[in-house]
Write a protein that binds this ligand. Structure first.
Ligand SMILES: [Zn+2]
Ligand SMILES: [Zn+2]
Ligand SMILES: [Zn+2]
Length: 175
């Protein structure tokens, strides 16, 4: 996410918190800011390392409490499959099912609306007498950038960053 939009996102979050009668403390806002500035999904421990730059006394519970609050307010989503967190790009919609497209190469997460699926999940839950609290749909694969790099045939002269790219395992029996 663009660093220049961080201020606006935090201002929006502050406004929503006032409307909801909850408090976006300086620490919670700082955790949100660090997440906005981080281009990809981030783990709680990486977040703690970043938080310790401004708050050396911060401990894991500090981060988890802030994350719980941000999750409760639906400002962020948890990427269950790799245990990381990502800022929601449209957090003025308090409870929504989102589809997270998780890149297995660079760990970038793109959120896409999942309205049709949301309705279907709700119907299935109701039919089963299940009380639905929240649901997240995760799809794994390669983001646009990583798939372009993997398909690149001229690594010597291209503009891609070919570092850290792991070639996918070829299927047995295929050339
Ligand atoms: Zn979202
Ligand atoms: Zn990627
Ligand atoms: Zn290339």
């Amino acid at each position: 996410m663009q660093p220049c939009s961080a201020k606006k996102i935090i201002a929006d979050a502050e406004k929503l918190c006032i409307q909801r009668g909850v408090r976006l403390t300086a620490q919670r806002a700082e955790v949100l800011r660090l997440m906005i500035e981080h281009p990809h999904a981030i783990s709680a421990y990486d977040l703690l390392d970043k938080l310790r730059i401004s708050e050396p006394q911060a401990k894991p519970p500090t981060v988890y409490r802030a994350l719980d609050f941000l999750l409760e307010q639906a400002f962020i989503h948890r990427v269950e499959s790799n245990n990381s967190y990502v800022v929601c790009p449209h957090f003025d919609h308090p409870s929504h099912t989102s589809m997270l497209l998780v890149c297995d190469q660079c760990a970038s997460v793109t959120e896409r609306p999942a309205e049709g699926v949301e309705k279907w999940i709700r119907e299935q839950s109701t039919e089963s007498g299940f009380t639905l609290r929240h649901s997240i749909i995760e799809a794994h694969g390669l983001c646009q950038q990583c798939s372009a790099i993997l398909q690149c045939e001229d690594p010597e002269h291209c503009h891609h960053d070919h570092h850290n790219i792991v070639e996918p395992k070829r299927k047995v029996g295929r050339a």
